[in-house]
Design a protein around this ligand. Sequence first.
Ligand SMILES: CC(C)(COP(=O)(O)OP(=O)(O)OC[C@H]1O[C@@H](n2cnc3c(N)ncnc32)[C@H](O)[C@@H]1OP(=O)(O)O)[C@@H](O)C(=O)NCCC(=O)NCCS
Length: 166
Amino acid sequence: MFKLRAMQARDIPAVMSIQQESYAAEVLEDEAVIRTRLAACPQLAWVAEDAIGVCAYLFAYHSRVGKVTPLDGEFQHHAEANCLYLHDLAVSRRASGRGIGPALVRKNLEQARTQKLRYSALVSVQESEAFWSRLGYAAHTALEPAQISNLSSYQIPAVYMVRALH
Ligand SMILES: CC(C)(COP(=O)(O)OP(=O)(O)OC[C@H]1O[C@@H](n2cnc3c(N)ncnc32)[C@H](O)[C@@H]1OP(=O)(O)O)[C@@H](O)C(=O)NCCC(=O)NCCS
């Protein structure tokens, strides 16, 4: 059993340790960046908690479709946002395979629909493309040069993916 709840500043140490165990060294973001992400968009930052403690997290914000957030880049707010941008989803290894990742994504997608956003997008890394395809996302390769450059900030293979929201 697990529950989803809004992330609090006191969850950051747990978030940092899940990030550390989930990602390659090239794509780790430091604590100051992570704290800025929570402060920028607290209503879209969620954690999952089970009997042992916080076991997964998701950061997101509102962006424009076609805009790629670089690694360590700030969440830049757009006056005409049309896209829920999922920046970072990670599930602790001890809690993987229980549907917690998809539950966090669905939670944010429900919020986005009530806010009338038309798209959701993300950067897939670490061979997670098939995971995101199951959630309705598809690779979107027609990017402007500045956005291709943002994608290369990841230094490991990274694919920008988009889905429409109905
Ligand atoms: C990818 C990740 C978020 C999946 O979270 P999870 O809660 O363990 O997801 P689940 O295994 O319950 O996933 C649901 C389905 O996706 C499948 N799946 C999980 N990871 C997958 C992957 N990398 N590729 C393809 N399918 C995957 C599962 O088999 C499962 O299928 P089912 O519904 O038919 O049983 C998690 O493994 C993780 O945090 N990985 C490290 C960080 C990372 O790479 N995040 C994504 C960066 S964009």
